[in-house]
Design a protein around this ligand. Structure first.
Ligand SMILES: O=C[C@H](O)[C@H](O)[C@H](O)COP(=O)(O)O
Length: 232
């Protein structure tokens, strides 16, 4: 029986097969995306010519160490493909992301990409999103008011939520690469991800949230029996 980490590696290798020379790639964040970046680095050292835009400072560091040429969306505003992990996904390729706090850059990079492949072990594929608390990136200015507005919006939406400000491993408040806070919102199973996405995006102070809808074009889901592909 493969371990969860071996499954992540399998998904990463399946996505790697889709990479062609000359591609402009979005490089995701998290443990599954790290497998992809490391395997991509090995291909680059063998001569594959690609360029990448990292979705976090940690991925930038890893990609540099792997010898992957990096650029920015200012220099290259349109990408061919982003490969990234997810905290949850459903069969319609709606995602929850941001468990590692990288959701803002991940969403900007995915939106700038023609295609997005999600790589995940099969524990991430769920019938309904929401068992994983939804990360919401919030500006530090007015944090208390924004938090209250999220609570009120969730209540109006018919999905009251328990909100928790994310802490770093040392117990201090977690701060994203963009200098913002993360509020993790437990809604229970999310009945209408599209509606909730719009309601959260309308709140001043919410910088971005972890519902990724209409962005993923396919997913490589690693199971003990092999990789299963889903397509939008
Ligand atoms: O902010 C983090 C990202 O959205 C990750 O892609 C997501 O949390 C999945 O991470 P992992 O592959 O480590 O489960």
């Amino acid at each position: 029986m493969p371990t969860a980490d071996e499954l992540k590696q399998m998904a990463a290798l399946a996505a790697l097969e889709k990479i062609e020379g000359g591609m402009k790639l979005g490089l995701g964040s998290g443990s599954t995306a790290n497998h992809f970046v490391k395997s991509l680095g090995a291909r680059v050292r063998d001569g594959l010519d690609i360029i990448g835009v990292p979705t976090s400072e940690r991925t930038a560091q890893l990609a540099k160490a792997e010898g992957i040429r990096l650029t920015t969306l200012d220099e290259v505003p349109a990408l061919d493909l982003t490969v990234d992990g997810a905290d949850e996904l459903d069969e319609k390729l709606r995602l929850i992301k941001g468990g590692g706090g990288a959701l803002l850059r991940e969403k900007i990079v995915a939106a700038a990409s023609r295609r997005m492949i999600v790589i995940a072990d099969d524990s991430k594929l769920v019938p309904h999103l929401g068992a994983f608390p939804l990360p919401i990136e919030v500006n530090l200015f007015g944090l208390g008011a924004t938090r209250a507005a999220i609570e009120a919006a969730a209540y109006r939406f018919g999905q009251p939520a328990t909100l928790t400000r994310r802490l770093a491993a040392d117990g201090s408040p977690f701060v994203t690469d963009g200098g913002h806070a993360i509020i993790d919102a437990s809604f229970g199973l999310i009945r209408d991800p599209e509606g909730l996405s719009l309601a959260l995006s309308a709140i001043p102070g919410v910088v971005e949230h972890g519902l990724f809808i209409g962005l993923a074009t396919s997913a490589a889901i690693a199971t003990p029996d092999g990789v299963r592909w889903l397509h939008a």
